[in-house]
Each structure stands twice: as C-alpha cells, then as structure tokens.
Design a binder for this molecule. Sequence first.
Ligand code: NAD
Ligand code: G6P
Ligand code: MN
Ligand code: MN
Length: 430
Amino acid sequence: GLKVATIGGGSSYTPEIIEGFIKRHDELPVKELYLVDIEEGKWKLDIVGNLAKRMVEEAGIDMEIHLTLDRREAIKDADFVTTQFRVGLLDARIRDEKIPLQYDCIGQETTGAGGMAKALRTIPVILDIAKDMEELAPDAWLINFTNPSGIITETVSKYTDINVLGLCNVPIVMEKMTAEILDADADKLRMDFVGLNHLVWGRAAYLNGENKISEVLDELATGNFKDVENVPDYEWGKEFLQSLGMLPCPYHRYYYLTDLMLQEEIEAAKNEGTRGEVVKGLEASLFELYKNEDLKEKPEELEERGGQYYSDAACDLISAIYNDKGTLHYVNVKNNGAVNCLPEDSVIERTSLIAKNGATPLNVDPLPPQVKGLLQVVNEYETLTIEAGVHGDYGAAVQALTIHPLVESSVVKDLLDDIIEKNINYLPQF
Ligand code: NAD
Ligand code: G6P
Ligand code: MN
Ligand code: MN
C-alpha cells in the first residue's frame, strides 16, 4: 500500500482530501496517511484528524490515519507528500491583506504585495521540507498546494532534486463554469489552460473535439457565472472578453478591474472585514461542526471556502501518476520550452500529460501580445521573488515589487520595509 504525508494536516480543508482518498481507494490504495502539523496547530489537527478517522471507519476502508507533529517520521519512505500549510496562520494572511491597503495597493494573499509576503514566509519552510525529502524519501512526489502555489513549486523545482508538481483548484472551477455555460458535462470538456498560477487563461474549450471558446466568451458576457468564493465577481464586459479572446481566471479581476477591486477591498475591510477575517469566522464554525462525534463525512459547509474541489485535483493527479494513466490534468510544472516566450526553468500552469514519470506540459502556440505582455512581467516578478525568498536578497525584493503591475512603484520601499518588519519572525533569510 501507499504512504502519504500531508503537511498542514490541521487545515479545515482536510476532510476534502480524506473524501478524495476514500472515493478512489480501489485504484489508489493509500494504506498510511500521516497528517502533520506544528504545536500551534495541534488543536486543529486533533479535531480534524479525529473527523478523518471517523470518515475512514465509516467508509470501511483499510487506511490508517496518523496524527503527528514529527514531520520527519511522516516523510520517511512516503510515496507522496502533499503540502497545505500556512506559515504564520490566518493572522499573517490578514496582515498580507491589510498592509498593502495602507499604501493604496491591492491587498490579496496570493496576488500582488501580499502574495510576495506570503512567498517570503513560505520559501524557507518548503526548502526545509524538500531537504527532509531528499534525505528520507528521495523518490517521493511533492504535490504542492501551499500558496502562492506557482512560486512555491518553482522554488522547489529550481533549488532541490525533488519531483514536484503544483496544484490549484481554479482551473477545475473554470472548467466547471465553462461546462455550465455550454450546458455540457464537465467530463466531456477539455480545456486548454496556459499561464501562471492565479494568472491562467483558458485558451480553448474542446467539446467533442470542437473548440467552443468564442461561444463561451459571448455567453459569459451576458451574465454572471459563479467562480471561486473568495474573489468578488465583477463582470468583465463584452468588448473586453471578445478582444482578449481567452477566458480569464477569477484572479485576473485584480489586473483588469484594479480600481473596482481596490475600492471593494477598502469597503470590505471597513465592514465585514478582509477575506482572511471572514475566513476566521468560517473556520471557527467549521471546527465546531467537526467536533461533533456524530459527523462522519465532509460537511457541505466547507463549500463556503474558496478552495473547493482541490482534493479532486490532488487525488486525481496522484492516481494518474501512481497508475501511469497518461491523462490530461491542469498542473503547475516546469515550462521546459512549452511556452516559448518564458524561460525554460519557469513553472507554468498548463494542461499537461500525466504519467508515472510526471507531467509533460503540452506545447503552446505563440501567445497574442495582450497575454504575453502581462505573463512575462508577472513571471519575472516571480523570478525575483524567489531570489529574494531563497537568498534574502533585499534588492531583488525591491525590484519584484517595482515591476509588479499591482504595486504603485513610489511606495515600494516603505511597503517592503513594513512587510519585512511585521513578518520578521518568519523571515530567517532576512
Ligand atoms: P490554515 O491556516 O488552516 O493552515 C493549515 C495548517 O498549516 C494549520 O493547521 C497550521 O497550523 C499548519 N502549519 C503552519 N505552519 C506549518 C508548518 N511549518 N508545518 C506544518 N504545518 C504548518 O490554512 P488553509 O486555509 O487550510 O490553507 C492552507 C494552505 O493551502 C495555504 O497556503 C493556502 O493558501 C493554500 N490553499 C491553496 C489552494 C490552491 O488552490 N492551491 C486551495 C486552498 C488552500
Ligand atoms: C481559491 C484559490 C486558492 C485559495 C483559496 C482561498 O480560489 O485557488 O489558492 O487558497 O481560494 O480560499 P479562502 O476560503 O481561504 O479565502
Ligand atoms: Mn489557487
Ligand atoms: Mn517563473
């Protein structure tokens, strides 16, 4: 049987991944699942871990759940390591959202200055995890969910020998939305996604071999279709969508509707609170539910979180590797020339062929200027952020924020110093 270690096991999302492994147990026989957390998260690990044990028992499958604070014990001889941890917990996320707002910049936990702060905190930890893997499970696959997922995956890919793929639920959410627009079955659709994590475009939507993307864009302009819970769903505008020629992802609203989004964030911060503050409340009520000994399945309330379907992405991907399936999945993977206007060693989010040896991103036809321009700038922001995160390179951090389209360049130094000061306990590299 397989051994899986999940780092950040105390996450309120854990029932999703448990359900994912239960549903696929016949084709993906996980025998040992280690849920790993840290002292601060132990109370969450205990509550959600006990729910996980009840779920497995109720399903009657042969899978042992171990709850531990010993990461090395969990990683030793694992076949797959999945990461879903949050360095600094929700309080750090709330700071990532609020600090940029003080400088009139978008305050979001993965996109813009907040995303860079989260990357700087997370890079030292992911490199430690990869080091443990190099020693204790050198052939294991690291399946990363920890945000900013593309940057974290690229860090591991550039600086370690570990096999790594990154994931996000956004492509699947976009695929489901496209299926709804076309009134089709999501299983029959194949999307051509290209871009970076939280900056991915749907370039084609194949239904029975026919590309329906322009129909999708026309229809999308007529109304609002639900995407992720955590991004306000302003409409794109018909002319905009038609001239773009691709399906934008929810996070593109920060780039394409910046001022609307900024005003919305400022209002929210004054009223119901930032998304991180709202999530604090959601999480508290989820853990109240999880404590109930009668609960033996994933509760529906979890759908109020933005990461829905992430476990389908993770478990399908793990199964495709384990079973050498040769199927298409949407993953964060080393570019290797698939997108010819980006460096070979950049990690891209792309429709990729998955088999035992990993992911092969499908080749991408040259991109139109409106997509290529933004893609290259944000990619180089990511390159600089990784250099800052790995080496504590302050100058790289200054330049990363300076070129980022969502950061006003004249505030960079003050904003960056503020970010470093408020996060210093999590920034050993600085
Ligand atoms: P959370 O705040 O519940 O954190 C999960 C757990 O991580 C907590 O129990 C915490 O104690 C633990 N943790 C913190 N530092 C740790 C460390 N050094 N080692 C081990 N565990 C540690 O967060 P969440 O809302 O469940 O999200 C977890 C992560 O997954 C975040 O980075 C989030 O951005 C990401 N996420 C990504 C996607 C995606 O689409 N890629 C979807 C959902 C969540
Ligand atoms: C999804 C993103 C995830 C993100 C999550 C936030 O849209 O793909 O990467 O972590 O939303 O959801 P939350 O409920 O924490 O705001
Ligand atoms: Mn995501
Ligand atoms: Mn890159």
